[in-house]
Ligand binder design. Structure first.
Ligand code: FE2
Length: 288
Protein backbone atom coordinates (compact mmCIF):
# COMPACT_ATOMS: atom_id res chain seq x y z
CA UNK A 1 0.00 0.00 0.00
CA UNK A 2 1.52 3.31 -0.99
CA UNK A 3 1.57 6.27 1.36
CA UNK A 4 -1.06 8.96 0.92
CA UNK A 5 0.77 12.29 0.64
CA UNK A 6 -0.97 15.21 2.33
CA UNK A 7 -1.47 18.24 0.12
CA UNK A 8 -2.26 21.81 1.11
CA UNK A 9 -5.84 22.44 2.22
CA UNK A 10 -5.38 26.09 3.14
CA UNK A 11 -2.59 28.65 3.64
CA UNK A 12 -3.03 31.42 6.21
CA UNK A 13 -0.70 34.36 6.46
CA UNK A 14 0.11 35.19 10.10
CA UNK A 15 -1.51 38.48 11.13
CA UNK A 16 -0.18 41.34 13.26
CA UNK A 17 -1.76 41.04 16.70
CA UNK A 18 -1.40 42.94 19.97
CA UNK A 19 -1.46 40.67 23.05
CA UNK A 20 -0.63 40.67 26.75
CA UNK A 21 0.41 44.10 28.04
CA UNK A 22 1.21 45.26 24.50
CA UNK A 23 3.26 42.58 22.74
CA UNK A 24 3.32 42.86 18.96
CA UNK A 25 3.30 39.38 17.52
CA UNK A 26 2.19 37.41 14.47
CA UNK A 27 -0.85 35.19 14.97
CA UNK A 28 -0.90 32.25 12.57
CA UNK A 29 -4.38 31.13 13.64
CA UNK A 30 -6.70 31.67 16.58
CA UNK A 31 -10.34 31.73 17.63
CA UNK A 32 -11.49 32.85 14.18
CA UNK A 33 -10.27 29.55 12.76
CA UNK A 34 -12.10 27.14 15.13
CA UNK A 35 -12.54 24.22 14.39
CA UNK A 36 -10.14 24.08 11.39
CA UNK A 37 -7.02 23.21 13.42
CA UNK A 38 -8.75 21.05 16.10
CA UNK A 39 -7.19 20.08 18.59
CA UNK A 40 -4.92 23.12 18.19
CA UNK A 41 -6.48 26.46 19.10
CA UNK A 42 -3.88 29.11 18.45
CA UNK A 43 -0.32 29.66 17.24
CA UNK A 44 1.52 32.89 18.02
CA UNK A 45 4.94 33.75 16.62
CA UNK A 46 7.08 36.34 18.41
CA UNK A 47 9.64 37.71 15.97
CA UNK A 48 11.15 41.13 16.44
CA UNK A 49 14.49 42.93 16.72
CA UNK A 50 12.81 45.76 18.62
CA UNK A 51 12.46 45.22 22.42
CA UNK A 52 9.52 47.64 22.59
CA UNK A 53 7.57 45.07 20.55
CA UNK A 54 7.84 42.39 23.26
CA UNK A 55 9.21 43.61 26.60
CA UNK A 56 5.79 44.59 28.03
CA UNK A 57 5.25 40.83 28.17
CA UNK A 58 2.33 38.87 29.57
CA UNK A 59 1.87 39.86 33.24
CA UNK A 60 -0.17 37.65 35.60
CA UNK A 61 -3.16 36.10 33.83
CA UNK A 62 -5.27 32.94 34.19
CA UNK A 63 -5.70 29.92 31.95
CA UNK A 64 -8.23 27.09 32.14
CA UNK A 65 -9.02 24.20 29.81
CA UNK A 66 -5.90 24.31 27.60
CA UNK A 67 -2.24 23.43 27.31
CA UNK A 68 0.29 26.02 26.18
CA UNK A 69 3.57 25.07 24.52
CA UNK A 70 6.21 27.80 24.40
CA UNK A 71 9.21 27.14 22.17
CA UNK A 72 11.95 29.77 22.03
CA UNK A 73 14.37 30.00 19.11
CA UNK A 74 16.22 33.12 20.19
CA UNK A 75 15.77 35.00 23.44
CA UNK A 76 14.57 34.38 26.97
CA UNK A 77 11.23 34.45 28.74
CA UNK A 78 11.00 34.54 32.53
CA UNK A 79 7.93 32.95 34.03
CA UNK A 80 6.29 32.24 37.32
CA UNK A 81 3.03 30.46 38.15
CA UNK A 82 0.55 29.70 40.91
CA UNK A 83 2.03 26.19 41.31
CA UNK A 84 5.20 27.81 42.58
CA UNK A 85 7.22 27.22 39.39
CA UNK A 86 9.72 29.97 38.63
CA UNK A 87 12.20 29.82 35.82
CA UNK A 88 13.44 30.94 32.47
CA UNK A 89 12.74 29.64 28.98
CA UNK A 90 16.01 30.10 27.07
CA UNK A 91 16.92 29.80 23.39
CA UNK A 92 16.00 26.29 22.22
CA UNK A 93 13.98 25.50 25.38
CA UNK A 94 10.38 24.34 25.54
CA UNK A 95 7.79 24.89 28.24
CA UNK A 96 4.75 22.64 28.13
CA UNK A 97 2.08 23.77 30.56
CA UNK A 98 -1.28 22.12 31.13
CA UNK A 99 -3.57 24.61 32.83
CA UNK A 100 -6.26 22.04 33.60
CA UNK A 101 -8.75 23.54 36.06
CA UNK A 102 -6.75 26.72 36.44
CA UNK A 103 -3.38 28.32 36.68
CA UNK A 104 -2.21 31.90 37.07
CA UNK A 105 1.09 32.73 35.46
CA UNK A 106 3.22 35.46 33.99
CA UNK A 107 5.46 35.23 30.93
CA UNK A 108 7.94 38.07 30.63
CA UNK A 109 10.35 38.29 27.66
CA UNK A 110 13.80 39.66 28.47
CA UNK A 111 15.17 42.55 26.48
CA UNK A 112 18.04 41.52 24.20
CA UNK A 113 20.15 42.68 21.28
CA UNK A 114 19.12 41.33 17.90
CA UNK A 115 16.29 38.97 17.13
CA UNK A 116 13.80 37.74 19.71
CA UNK A 117 11.94 34.79 18.25
CA UNK A 118 9.67 32.07 19.58
CA UNK A 119 6.28 30.41 19.40
CA UNK A 120 3.33 29.68 21.62
CA UNK A 121 0.92 26.96 20.61
CA UNK A 122 -2.36 26.35 22.43
CA UNK A 123 -3.52 22.76 22.52
CA UNK A 124 -7.10 22.08 23.53
CA UNK A 125 -7.86 19.74 26.43
CA UNK A 126 -10.64 17.17 26.01
CA UNK A 127 -13.79 17.89 28.06
CA UNK A 128 -12.96 15.12 30.53
CA UNK A 129 -9.56 16.72 31.37
CA UNK A 130 -10.47 20.41 31.38
CA UNK A 131 -10.84 20.41 35.18
CA UNK A 132 -7.85 18.16 35.89
CA UNK A 133 -4.90 19.33 38.03
CA UNK A 134 -2.47 21.69 36.28
CA UNK A 135 0.93 20.31 35.31
CA UNK A 136 4.11 21.87 34.10
CA UNK A 137 7.09 20.56 32.14
CA UNK A 138 10.19 22.68 31.54
CA UNK A 139 12.63 21.28 28.96
CA UNK A 140 15.99 22.67 28.01
CA UNK A 141 17.46 22.62 24.51
CA UNK A 142 19.62 19.60 25.37
CA UNK A 143 16.51 17.54 26.26
CA UNK A 144 15.27 17.82 22.68
CA UNK A 145 16.71 15.16 20.35
CA UNK A 146 17.97 16.17 16.92
CA UNK A 147 17.72 13.72 14.00
CA UNK A 148 19.71 14.15 10.78
CA UNK A 149 18.15 12.64 7.67
CA UNK A 150 19.88 13.43 4.38
CA UNK A 151 19.43 17.18 3.95
CA UNK A 152 17.05 17.57 6.89
CA UNK A 153 17.73 18.42 10.53
CA UNK A 154 14.72 17.60 12.67
CA UNK A 155 14.30 18.57 16.33
CA UNK A 156 11.75 16.29 17.98
CA UNK A 157 9.89 18.29 20.62
CA UNK A 158 6.98 15.85 20.88
CA UNK A 159 5.98 12.65 19.14
CA UNK A 160 8.31 10.48 17.13
CA UNK A 161 10.55 10.79 14.07
CA UNK A 162 12.83 8.01 12.80
CA UNK A 163 12.24 6.06 16.03
CA UNK A 164 13.45 8.98 18.11
CA UNK A 165 10.87 10.11 20.64
CA UNK A 166 10.56 13.68 21.84
CA UNK A 167 10.53 14.47 25.58
CA UNK A 168 6.90 15.66 25.73
CA UNK A 169 4.88 12.44 26.23
CA UNK A 170 1.59 11.05 27.41
CA UNK A 171 -0.62 13.90 26.32
CA UNK A 172 -4.18 13.24 25.40
CA UNK A 173 -4.20 14.47 21.81
CA UNK A 174 -1.02 12.48 21.01
CA UNK A 175 0.76 15.49 19.52
CA UNK A 176 3.80 15.50 17.28
CA UNK A 177 5.82 18.72 17.22
CA UNK A 178 8.86 18.84 14.92
CA UNK A 179 11.19 21.72 14.03
CA UNK A 180 12.44 20.87 10.54
CA UNK A 181 15.33 22.60 8.73
CA UNK A 182 16.00 21.62 5.10
CA UNK A 183 19.16 22.43 3.19
CA UNK A 184 18.74 24.26 -0.15
CA UNK A 185 16.74 22.21 -2.64
CA UNK A 186 16.40 19.22 -0.28
CA UNK A 187 13.21 17.21 0.13
CA UNK A 188 11.92 15.43 3.18
CA UNK A 189 9.16 12.91 3.87
CA UNK A 190 7.69 13.14 7.34
CA UNK A 191 5.19 10.54 8.50
CA UNK A 192 1.99 11.83 10.11
CA UNK A 193 -0.81 9.65 11.51
CA UNK A 194 -3.83 9.31 9.24
CA UNK A 195 -6.94 11.07 10.53
CA UNK A 196 -4.88 13.50 12.61
CA UNK A 197 -4.95 17.26 12.04
CA UNK A 198 -1.57 18.42 10.69
CA UNK A 199 -0.18 21.82 9.85
CA UNK A 200 3.18 23.35 9.04
CA UNK A 201 4.28 26.84 9.98
CA UNK A 202 7.04 28.35 7.86
CA UNK A 203 9.87 29.97 9.84
CA UNK A 204 12.76 30.76 7.51
CA UNK A 205 13.74 30.55 3.84
CA UNK A 206 11.10 29.07 1.56
CA UNK A 207 9.38 25.69 1.52
CA UNK A 208 7.02 23.98 -0.89
CA UNK A 209 4.34 21.48 0.06
CA UNK A 210 2.23 19.51 -2.44
CA UNK A 211 -0.44 21.81 -3.89
CA UNK A 212 -0.70 24.80 -6.18
CA UNK A 213 0.94 27.41 -3.95
CA UNK A 214 4.60 26.90 -4.86
CA UNK A 215 7.35 28.10 -2.53
CA UNK A 216 5.95 29.62 0.65
CA UNK A 217 7.59 32.54 2.44
CA UNK A 218 8.00 32.59 6.24
CA UNK A 219 5.08 33.16 8.63
CA UNK A 220 2.53 31.02 6.80
CA UNK A 221 0.34 28.42 8.52
CA UNK A 222 -0.17 25.56 6.09
CA UNK A 223 -3.13 23.35 6.97
CA UNK A 224 -2.71 19.95 5.31
CA UNK A 225 -5.43 17.56 4.19
CA UNK A 226 -5.54 13.95 5.36
CA UNK A 227 -2.94 11.32 4.57
CA UNK A 228 -0.02 9.58 6.25
CA UNK A 229 3.00 11.49 5.01
CA UNK A 230 4.01 15.13 4.59
CA UNK A 231 6.38 15.99 1.76
CA UNK A 232 8.33 19.22 1.91
CA UNK A 233 10.89 20.70 -0.45
CA UNK A 234 13.14 23.65 0.35
CA UNK A 235 13.82 26.54 -2.00
CA UNK A 236 17.30 27.67 -3.09
CA UNK A 237 18.06 29.22 0.30
CA UNK A 238 16.78 26.29 2.35
CA UNK A 239 13.62 26.20 4.42
CA UNK A 240 12.70 25.85 8.07
CA UNK A 241 9.25 25.04 9.37
CA UNK A 242 7.39 23.60 12.33
CA UNK A 243 5.30 20.51 11.66
CA UNK A 244 2.58 19.87 14.23
CA UNK A 245 -0.07 17.15 14.29
CA UNK A 246 -2.54 15.71 16.78
CA UNK A 247 -5.76 13.79 17.23
CA UNK A 248 -8.80 16.03 16.73
CA UNK A 249 -11.25 16.25 19.65
CA UNK A 250 -14.50 17.07 17.78
CA UNK A 251 -15.93 18.79 20.87
CA UNK A 252 -17.72 22.14 21.17
CA UNK A 253 -15.47 25.13 21.90
CA UNK A 254 -16.47 28.05 24.15
CA UNK A 255 -13.60 30.56 24.20
CA UNK A 256 -13.09 33.58 26.41
CA UNK A 257 -9.56 35.03 26.18
CA UNK A 258 -7.16 32.66 27.98
CA UNK A 259 -9.99 30.32 29.04
CA UNK A 260 -11.29 27.69 26.63
CA UNK A 261 -14.12 25.41 27.70
CA UNK A 262 -16.95 23.49 26.01
CA UNK A 263 -19.99 25.55 27.05
CA UNK A 264 -20.87 29.17 27.72
CA UNK A 265 -22.00 28.16 31.20
CA UNK A 266 -18.49 26.88 31.99
CA UNK A 267 -17.08 30.22 30.80
CA UNK A 268 -19.48 32.10 33.08
CA UNK A 269 -18.47 29.86 36.00
CA UNK A 270 -14.78 30.60 35.31
CA UNK A 271 -15.44 34.36 35.13
CA UNK A 272 -17.39 34.25 38.41
CA UNK A 273 -14.64 32.23 40.12
CA UNK A 274 -12.04 34.73 38.93
CA UNK A 275 -14.08 37.57 40.47
CA UNK A 276 -14.52 35.70 43.75
CA UNK A 277 -10.94 34.47 44.01
CA UNK A 278 -11.92 30.77 43.83
CA UNK A 279 -10.52 30.12 40.33
CA UNK A 280 -7.40 28.21 41.42
CA UNK A 281 -8.28 24.66 42.52
CA UNK A 282 -4.83 23.13 42.95
CA UNK A 283 -2.95 23.92 46.13
CA UNK A 284 -0.06 26.29 45.77
CA UNK A 285 3.25 24.59 46.33
CA UNK A 286 5.55 27.34 47.49
CA UNK A 287 9.07 26.91 46.17
CA UNK A 288 8.24 23.68 44.30
FE1 FE2 B 1 -0.28 32.47 29.36
Amino acid sequence: MSDAVRSIQQVLKAEDTLEGAGVRLKRAFGNGEVPLFDPFLLLDNFASCNPSDYEAGFPWHPHRGIETVTYMLEGQVEHGDSLGNVGRIDSGDVQWMSSGSGILHQEMPKRKEGMFQGFQLWVNLPAKLKMSDPTYLGLTAKDIPVVQQDGATVKVVAGRFQNVEGPVRGLNVDPTYLDVALLPGERSRLPVKKGYTAFAYTVDGATKFPGKEGLLAPKRAVLLDDGDVVEAEAGPEGGRFLLVSGRPLHEPVAWYGPIVMNTQQEIETAARELRRGTFIKAKEIAGA
